[in-house]
Every structure is written in C-alpha cells, then in structure tokens.
Design a binder for this molecule. Structure first.
Ligand SMILES: NC(=O)c1ccc[n+]([C@@H]2O[C@H](COP(=O)([O-])OP(=O)(O)OC[C@H]3O[C@@H](n4cnc5c(N)ncnc54)[C@H](OP(=O)(O)O)[C@@H]3O)[C@@H](O)[C@H]2O)c1
Length: 253
C-alpha cells in the first residue's frame, strides 16, 4: 500500500484522464524516485514504444545507424535517448529552433527539415523510426542499407500486428493495408514493420532504472491542469509539441 507507481494501462483499459483507474498489476512498475509525478506521467507510453521498437523489433546493436524522425517531439525525444543508450549512431529530423535541443538529447546528426531533405543527406541507415506518416515513411526506405528496417509508429499496420492483437483472422486485412509500403520495401531490399506499443510493467521497471540513474530523462512540453484537459488535447493535435504534454491535478506550468 502507498507505493508510488507509474504505468501505461493495457489496451481496452483506456481512461487515464481520471482521478482513479484500475490497472492490471503486470502493467505497473515503481515510479523512478527522482521523477515528479508529472515527469513520470510523461514516460510510459513513449519509453515503452522506444524500447519495444529499438530493443525488441530492431535489436539495435552498438555502432548501428538509427534515424529518428521528429526528434523534438514526445516520441522522438525519447527514442533518441534510448538509441544512444544502446550505443547507436543517431540522426534525427527537427526544425532549426530545436537543433540544440536534440543535440543535447544525444543526436549525432541533425537534419533541419525546414531547410534540407533528409533523403539527400542520409544513407546506409540500419533502422528508421517514423512517426510522421506515409510520405516520410516511404522516403525513409531510401536511406536504409540493404536489409535495413523501417518502423512506423503511425501505420499502416502489418500482418504481425494482427498476431499482436490476438486476432489472426485480421492478418489479410493488415496485409492489404500495408501492401503498398511492404512491396516498395521489398523492391528496395529493405524491411517494414509497424509498431504499436504494448503495456509492460517489467519493461517499465528496467526503464525506471535508466531514469533513476540519469541515462534517460523525461522531456515535457508543458502541463495542463485537469480542468483544461480539452485544451491539452487541442494543443497535442496541433502536432507542434516540444516533448510530452501532461495533465496534472495541480496548477499549469
Ligand atoms: N504506435 C505507437 O506505439 C506510438 C507510440 C507513441 C506515439 N505514437 C504516435 O506517434 C506520433 C508522434 O507522436 P509524438 O507524441 O512524438 O507527437 P508530437 O510530440 O506531437 O510531435 C510534434 C513534433 O514533431 C515535429 N515535426 C512535425 N513535422 C515534422 C517534420 N516534417 N520533420 C521532423 N519533425 C517534425 C514537431 O516539430 P516542429 O516544432 O518543428 O513543428 C514537434 O517537435 C503520433 O501520431 C502518436 O500517436 C505512436
């Protein structure tokens, strides 16, 4: 009783805009003591997604080259840090105002997307993590080395996602949805994988250690008090957030 915890509830347990929620014990971990609740709230979704993309799906090894799109955003700012922790050489896309920020997070190469086309300056990458969408994903395939892997956090879903959902009958649907990008990847001799993170208290325990020892740090754009949750959602929907947006019970920052 009384433990401070953090979690990302599993699917179908959606409902964290609430003062109380019932969560499966397997999805919960002790909150890193060094983080405030607002900081801890910014961690689980993006840290689990980053971990599962880079460790489970891509199996990133030291020295491999990883491109992280939108490095200044909520997801990208965490993926950069996890990729560096794994020993990767990290490139990211960000606008001029965020170059110093993403460098401070560990990016070795920063492509200012307002001034440069990343496909013209990057090549030979082992892994790309895309969270921007179809155009960016398609172009990302061209910066991979033969056999390299493009992972999208925004789709289209691939047949493996049907397995993850425990709905193998949906495999043909997922195959159809991702047919174009998978074909294009095959033609280029690279691979495509869709990522939809899943809850994991065990992984959050591992990640808590990395936040506690300073290897990783949460990146917050701003916080909103609970009463302004709708304004927080509107802010996120603009797609310009500089880190995670957190809803708290207290005053805004
Ligand atoms: N599948 C999963 O498991 C999973 C997990 C987490 C998130 N997601 C999804 O991933 C997406 C991204 O989430 P997020 O929280 O990172 O979003 P976000 O924080 O709202 O992303 C905003 C950031 O993207 C940057 N950006 C916009 N256009 C860009 C471009 N063309 N090139 C480079 N950077 C650009 C913005 O930079 P400026 O300030 O310069 O505009 C800003 O820093 C969302 O759709 C989310 O739902 C999926």
């Amino acid at each position: 009783m009384g433990d401070e915890i953090y979690a990302r509830p599993r699917d179908l347990r959606i409902g964290t805009f609430a003062e109380q929620i019932a969560i499966d014990a397997d999805d919960v971990a002790l909150k890193p003591g060094s983080l405030s609740f607002a900081e801890a709230g910014a961690v689980p979704l993006v840290a689990l997604a980053a971990w599962q993309a880079l460790v489970e799906v891509a199996d990133v090894k030291p020295g491999q080259k990883v491109l992280v799109h939108a490095g200044a955003g909520g997801l990208g700012s965490t993926v950069i840090q996890v990729a560096k922790h794994l020993g990767a050489h990290v490139a990211t896309t960000a606008s001029s105002k965020d170059v110093e920020k993403v460098r401070a997070l560990g990016a070795d190469v920063v492509v200012d997307y307002t001034a440069q086309d990343f496909t013209e300056v990057l090549s030979g990458y082992d892994v790309v993590l895309d969270s921007l969408g179809a155009d960016s994903l398609e172009r990302s395939l061209t910066v991979l080395r033969p056999g390299g892997l493009a992972i999208s956090a925004v789709g289209p879903p691939d047949p493996a996602f049907a397995t993850q959902l425990g709905k193998p009958l949906l495999k043909p649907v997922m195959a159809l949805l991702s047919r174009k990008i998978r074909r294009r990847a095959k033609r280029l001799g690279v691979r495509y994988s869709f990522l939809f993170m899943r809850a994991s208290g065990a992984q959050l325990t591992t990640l808590a250690g990395l936040y506690a020892d300073g290897t990783l740090r949460p990146v917050l754009d701003r916080t909103f008090p609970f009463a302004d949750t709708m304004a927080a959602m509107a802010h996120v929907e603009q797609g310009r957030a500089n880190g995670k947006v957190v809803v708290t019970r207290g005053a805004p920052t």
